[in-house]
Design a protein around this ligand. Structure first.
Ligand code: C2E
Ligand code: MG
Ligand code: MG
Ligand code: MG
Length: 281
């Protein structure tokens, strides 16, 4: 879609579009080999329980170590992966790796640890997601209840009937579901009632100015109240300050995630943090 049609019907490319599409094609062919060349890796960001102040879970975030470009952030390649179908392989790899890592924490003695995995819009729309989840669980020997899938609001809104079917099938496997980036998509709130969702993740754009912007504070309060009235729990994303923590605690937000508690980190670092909190307890 880097093409534009001129007034006289000729296709033309301007210099910037040309450069952008060349880069895209190059990136696409590199991405095609990223999995087999082991260029992808996962980082994990801790999720903290508000009451105990301890790490109870971690979100798996994929990174691409590109041979020339260095570290390519997921925002730059997940959409590309969705558009090209490469998300099927990448998504399966992420699921397998995240489940394997979480099982490792269990084996190390942290048997209550959970892991969450982001599922893209395209992945969520495909029945083979079920097989990928089942494979990842059985290969890793991870109990299904330790896995949470994060699905964005807009993915849930694609097609009500297939969404309901997919969520039911995942739930039947024992996997939990959260709504990612809640509040940023176009959506009808009635899906919260209709679909079996466990957790709502309050988008970081509302958390950022929570303590200085009355409207953001009102939105966060409303999201938490809505979630609780439907017996769902909430995770606040993008928590960066002690003031945000205090305010969120007062509003009875159950879980926190953000730089204040830790940036995304490698699997060993998570284990160190778990060991450290065991010593403290
Ligand atoms: P997300 O799922 O909403 O993940 C949270 C993002 O917020 C992560 O960015 C994380 O590093 C960042 N973040 C965490 N705490 C803070 C904070 O305190 N302040 C700020 N400003 N940011 C914070 P990241 O890792 O760059 O990932 C971006 C997005 O890429 C993710 O948003 C998710 O939608 C997507 N993504 C990442 N990994 C995967 C994956 O394995 N599969 C799929 N389908 N999507 C993924
Ligand atoms: Mg997420
Ligand atoms: Mg999010
Ligand atoms: Mg996001």
């Amino acid at each position: 879609h880097a093409k534009k049609r001129g007034g006289n019907g000729f296709l033309f490319y301007d210099r910037t579009m040309n450069a952008a599409s060349t880069e895209r094609v190059a990136l696409e062919s590199d991405l095609r080999h990223a999995v087999e060349r082991s260029e992808l890796f996962l980082e994990f960001q801790p999720v903290i329980d508000a009451q105990s102040g301890t790490i109870v879970s971690a979100e798996a975030l994929v990174r691409w170590n590109h041979p020339r470009l260095g570290r390519v952030p997921p925002d730059r390649f997940i959409t590309l992966a969705d558009e090209t179908g490469l998300i099927v392989d990448i998504g399966a790899w992420v699921l397998n790796e995240a489940c394997r890592c979480c099982r490792g924490w269990h084996v190390a003695g942290f048997s209550d640890m959970k892991v969450s995995v982001n599922v893209s819009a395209v992945q969520f729309g495909q029945p083979r997601l079920l097989e990928a989840v089942r494979d990842a669980l059985s290969h890793s020997n991870l109990p299904p209840k330790a896995l949470m899938l994060e699905i964005t609001e807009s993915s849930l809104m694609q097609d009500a009937e297939s969404t309901a079917g997919m969520l039911r099938a995942l739930r039947n496997m024992g996997v939990r579901i959260s709504v990612d980036d809640f509040g940023t998509g176009y959506s009808s709130l009635s899906y919260l009632k209709r679909f079996p969702l466990d957790v709502i993740k309050i988008d970081k754009s509302f958390v950022r100015d929570l303590c200085v912007d009355e409207e953001d504070a009102a939105i966060v309060r409303a999201i938490i109240a809505l979630a609780h009235s439907m017996r769902r729990s909430t995770i606040a994303e993008g928590v960066e300050t002690a003031e945000q923590v205090e305010l969120l605690k007062r509003e009875n937000c159950e879980f926190f995630q953000g730089y204040y508690f830790g940036r995304p980190m490698n699997i060993e670092r998570i284990l160190e943090r778990l060991e450290a909190q065991k010593v403290q307890a």
